[in-house]
Design a protein around this ligand. Sequence first.
Ligand code: GLC
Length: 419
Amino acid sequence: MWWQDAVVYQIYPRSFQDSDGDGIGDLRGITSRLDYLSYLGVDAFWLSPIYPSPLADFGYDVADYTAVDPQLGTLDDFDELVREAHARGLKVLLDLIPCHTSIEHAWFREHPDRYIWSPVDGPANNWKAAFGGGAWSRDEESGRWYLHTFYPEQPDLDWRNPEVVAAMQDVVRFWLARGVDGFRLDAVNVIVKDAELRDDPPASGDFPLPLAGESAELDHVYSANRPEAIDALRALREAAGDAFLVGEVYLPTSGYPPYLEVLDLVFAFELLFAPWDRERLREAIEPALELGRVAWVLSNHDFPRLASRLGPEHVREAATLLLKLPGTAFVYQGDELGLPNGPGVDPPLDRADRDPFRHPMQWDGSPTGGFTSGEPWLPPIDPAERNVEAQKGDSGSLLEHYRRLIAERESSERGLILP
Ligand code: GLC
């Protein structure tokens, strides 16, 4: 399988390369930068969502699963991107968001039975939303209360409704027919909820990954990680055939085995949160290494940048650790330059304060870092100090360190190299 041992580069489309001067990255911009991915030596790239979206959650609130957001381009642009990627031997992964839609998706009005509604006039239970507050909101139009695991603008789909299963299988087939090589499946541990909507118990304090706000007050026994999640994923697998499926399963490593009955890999979250300490890293890595079916990852668009989380003095060792581990590794755009967290904007665009991790890629030392000829949607951080052009060819640079590590993967021995 091509993905075993692959290096996958995560592109945040709004922040990679703008081609039309509107300050927002787009598909044509990505196509124009594919040679960079070849230079870096990665095998594949994952695009964070490209679908039409009102941007309550920057694309993770999908208004149409089978179209491209006009800000990012068109389906023709997408086809061109896939063609050009494949011509370079690069595989293309899309982000699939099966747990919820945008509240502006036509289904919410036309097929309300595809969503989860409270049987009472008010919240059905004590569940909390991942970004804070209760997980139930009142739909002003119908007066009924609907469930949302994330923002209120992201109503949860009811995977117990066969129509939802069939519709999402169609989405998978639609993109496979356009040539995609696989999917990163968003938030799949919360894809199915308890049929009886039972209250979650108070937190025991055992959950090892960070949870935001009030959602940390509960153990997500009924609102998440239900056994039926695997059936839902099996349906996606059926539609996907042997296309690559990597799951965002926000659980400790011990929770992964059932998901791996259906998915190829799941992200190793314990590593993503491990402090830069030999023993803590070892504890986070060894069980996942034993499982053998994880995607190694040190950062993404949801959490602080690697250089800020670990400190710039550790970024080289972090790259070595990541890229020497046996198996598939994911690299988030900009980490190969040592990009730190940015300042974000005031007021924030993302209410969960993730703007600082999503600033534009820095291609050269010009004021907009070569990202756009217009006004960037988030300001560049430090293009004069850190950019591709300056690091390319400089054998002491972080970029060249990444490049060497990637180039050596096939020929050199791999294993756990702790700092
Ligand atoms: C995933 C995404 C995150 C998004 C959430 C809801 O965790 O990575 O960006 O906000 O799902 O879709």
